[in-house]
Design a protein. Structure first.
Length: 99
């Protein structure tokens, strides 16, 4: 699962949303993300919102998975897989860049 560099790679790997091009906000149901380049609008749940918040804070990918594991008491591999899947979507849609 995942793409090269998202599930594999150094544990301190980081991504960020494209500054000035992609923005997001928290909503009652989760989040809304807007891509100014394409007028693309995306919605997601609360877990996605937390992942976006951690990306904004500069958290490394492995730390995001660990935080989800701790917060929701899911197995570490499931938490890491959920983060990788969400990141894969963001990468494929060209919404993030590596830091």
């Amino acid at each position: 699962m995942g793409i090269s560099g998202v599930t594999e790679g150094p544990p301190c790997e980081r991504f960020r949303l494209r500054k000035g091009e992609v923005s997001w906000r928290q909503e009652d149901f989760g989040f809304v993300l807007y891509d100014r380049r394409t007028d693309g609008l995306y919605e997601g749940n609360h877990v996605g919102c937390e992942i976006l918040r951690w990306l904004d804070d500069g958290a490394p990918i492995d730390a995001i998975g660990a935080a989800l594991h701790a917060r929701y008491a899911v197995p570490p591999d499931r938490a890491a897989g959920d983060v990788a899947e969400f990141l894969q979507f963001l990468v494929l849609e060209d919404l993030v860049v590596r830091c």
